[in-house]
Design a protein around this ligand. Structure first.
Ligand code: NAP
Length: 369
């Protein structure tokens, strides 16, 4: 009999990429899919396995009938549903994109190219909760996994350049609106030869202070700007986004000591894909060819980008990587400011390897056992 799998949050950024990947891989063939919504129950759902009606995501009687639940709805939904459902005796597999359950003792953070064995071990001891990692964490581990596995890393310092869509559908829409607003503010002047570029720049920058400038989601202009703050403040002057990196990465790596990883997370006005610059303190000197081999051997999705202008501008950017499973790794160079310091720039699609793909693959693993 086919497993009944409930999908919650399938309309959002992560959920819609998950559904798209499942269609591409024919993953709906072996399941009975039920689609839920927090806002549109009773309306038609996606036309998969024939037409279907959206179920109410807060209808526990219906949720209790699921063998597996995949939630891409977000932390608030998980917080309001998961414990209650378990409390009602539901013993199915819960697969989640949100951060709420990642550090729970009885949950495993999933990224099978890195921790497949831990995932199988967890399944064998009866773990039922599988959570995707933070997007920058998963993308960092996909990029640097070889160096971690070969115990070559003393510490990592990161600077992130995170896309608008990393914050959700409403945010990417707002970025597009902001871009349109900026253009509209100077479109007439662009045609006038007598209008100086400094004047145009001034009008555009000033328009971000207009009362109507759209910034309800980001709380600040992102178009033409950089926002070096993501999520809330935690201890020691870190943001929660920054704090997650060390704790989640070490949990996924199942390391027996805490590998130091810290840095600054920033939101930039790109649409999709997170970029990261890493400074890595290696435990020993390695030749460049050794570094390339170690990185490449860890997984099949890594693309080493030659360190030259043409390759970097064409292959090591969000637009080059968007919509693919590639993990572009480039600007690899030994830094001149100290011993065994390596610099790497990496770009990955935060909606694929950073979110939907590990969840999809976890679902397939659970269906195969
Ligand atoms: P999202 O795009 O904001 O979608 C979440 C829900 O918002 C949707 O399922 C939908 O629920 C509702 N929604 C409201 N307006 C919408 C619109 N215009 N278009 C589509 N959906 C709309 O959130 P998300 O970015 O997918 O994130 C989901 C979870 O994954 C979060 O916990 C997030 O932290 C995590 N995550 C996100 C990323 C990322 O790159 N975005 C990466 C890793 C992890 P209803 O249909 O029920 O109304």
């Amino acid at each position: 009999m086919k497993n009944t799998v409930g999908f919650i949050g399938w309309r959002g950024m992560v959920g819609s990429v998950l559904i798209q990947r499942m269609i591409e891989e024919n993953n709906f063939d072996n399941i009975h899919a039920v689609f839920f919504s927090t806002s549109e129950s009773g309306k038609p759902g996606p036309n998969i396995q024939g037409s279907n009606i959206l179920q109410d995501a807060y209808n526990f009687d219906c949720l209790l009938t699921m063998d597996i639940i995949v939630s891409c709805q977000g932390g608030k939904y998980t917080d309001s549903t998961y414990q209650k459902l378990r409390g009602l005796g539901w013993n199915g597999y819960w697969i989640d994109a949100a951060s709420s359950l990642r550090l729970h003792e009885d949950a495993i953070i999933v990224l099978d190219p890195i921790n497949l064995q831990e995932m199988y071990d967890a399944i064998n001891v009866g773990v039922k909760t599988f959570v995707g990692g933070n997007c920058t964490v998963s993308l960092m581990l996909m990029a640097l996994g070889g160096l971690f596995f070969n115990n070559l890393i003393e510490w990592v310092l990161f600077s992130t350049y995170q896309a608008a869509s990393g914050a959700g559908s409403k945010h990417i829409i707002e970025l597009i609106r902001q871009m349109g607003y900026l253009y509209q503010s100077v479109s007439d002047n662009l045609e006038k030869k007598q209008c100086s570029i400094l004047e145009i720049e001034k009008i555009m920058s000033k328009s971000t202070q207009d009362i109507n400038f759209p910034k309800q989601e980001f709380l600040a202009p992102l178009a033409g700007n950089v926002l070096p703050w993501i999520d809330c403040a935690v201890q020691d002057n870190q943001t929660r986004e920054e704090w997650k990196v060390q704790v989640e990465a070490n949990k996924i790596l199942n390391s027996n000591y805490m590998i130091p990883i810290d840095g600054t997370c920033a939101r930039v006005g790109t649409f999709r894909c997170h970029s990261q610059a890493f400074t890595i303190k290696l435990k020993k000197d390695l030749s460049y060819s050794n570094i390339y081999d170690i990185l490449k051997e860890q997984n099949n999705w890594i693309k080493i980008i030659p360190n030259n202008m043409h390759s970097t501008l064409n292959l090591l950017t969000p637009f080059a990587v968007t919509g693919t499973l590639n993990i572009a790794v480039g600007r690899i160079r030994k830094l001149k400011i100290g011993q065994n310091l390596l610099s790497i720039f990496s770009v990955g699609d935060q909606l694929l390897w950073g979110a939907a793909e590990p969840l999809r693959r976890t679902l397939m693993i659970l269906l195969s056992i």
